[in-house]
Write a protein that binds this ligand. Structure first.
Ligand code: SF4
Ligand code: SF4
Length: 205
């Protein structure tokens, strides 16, 4: 797993900022989970898991029939290529990253986050389940049309890599290459792109 990087897009909006406010480890995990549920992450994960891509695979905290036994800030904050792509396109990635930057003690599949700490930025869910459902449908259709084992996982990793490059590369022409690669990789997401266009037209100034 890799922590999501920071990508600047011109119309990204920061979550409301203010004075330091007390919060808890449990509360930020709930806020993160609610946020992801509101974008329909469960629908996207369902397709990914059906195609062998579960990011919890092999984790000692995963219990049969129960799921994760050790909810933590690290796994909640972490985004795979598909979820990161979703937040990148909906221009919510910076909001997500700004929130989690305030949360101390994240590690790999566990955390050392204190029970009580303070934050300046809040995270409020956006109801985008329809968009998430469209992306999940696109992934399902792709998986059916490309029977090669591992196709969906490879696609997820390639998108993730291009998003990493967009974060790491400071040179504008290289960033343009990374953006182009993301466009090419996501070209088969027809339903998602249609829904995204409506969403961006309706919500952004
Ligand atoms: S890799 Fe991403 S889409 Fe797949 S199960 Fe994990 S979070 Fe969900
Ligand atoms: S600790 Fe993380 S990787 Fe392990 S089961 Fe829980 S959510 Fe999945």
């Amino acid at each position: 797993m890799s922590e999501s990087g920071s990508i600047d897009t011109p119309s990204n909006t920061l979550a409301p900022t203010g004075k330091h406010k007390p919060t808890t480890r449990t509360k930020v995990i709930e806020q993160g989970t609610d946020y992801l549920n509101a974008i329909g992450s469960d629908q996207i994960c369902g397709v990914c898991i059906d195609n062998g891509g579960s990011c919890c695979k092999g984790c000692r905290n995963l219990a049969d029939g129960i799921g994760c036994k050790l909810r933590n800030t690290s796994c909640t904050a972490w985004l795979c290529g598909f979820l990161r792509y979703f937040l990148y396109e909906t221009e919510l990635l910076r909001e997500w990253e700004s929130f989690w930057k305030q949360v101390p003690g994240r590690d790999y599949r566990e955390d050392y986050t204190p029970e009580h700490f303070t934050v300046r930025k809040t995270l409020s869910p956006h109801n985008l389940r329809l968009l998430g459902s469209e992306l999940a449908e696109d992934l399902k259709a792709l998986a059916e049309s490309k029977p090669r084992k591992g196709y969906i996982i490879d696609l997820r990793e390639q998108i993730d890599r291009s998003l990493d490059e967009l974060t790491i590369w400071r040179n504008h022409s290289k960033q343009a290459i990374a953006r182009k690669n993301i466009q090419l990789l996501s070209r088969p997401f027809h339903r998602f792109h249609r829904a995204l266009e409506h969403y961006l037209n309706d919500t952004l100034p």
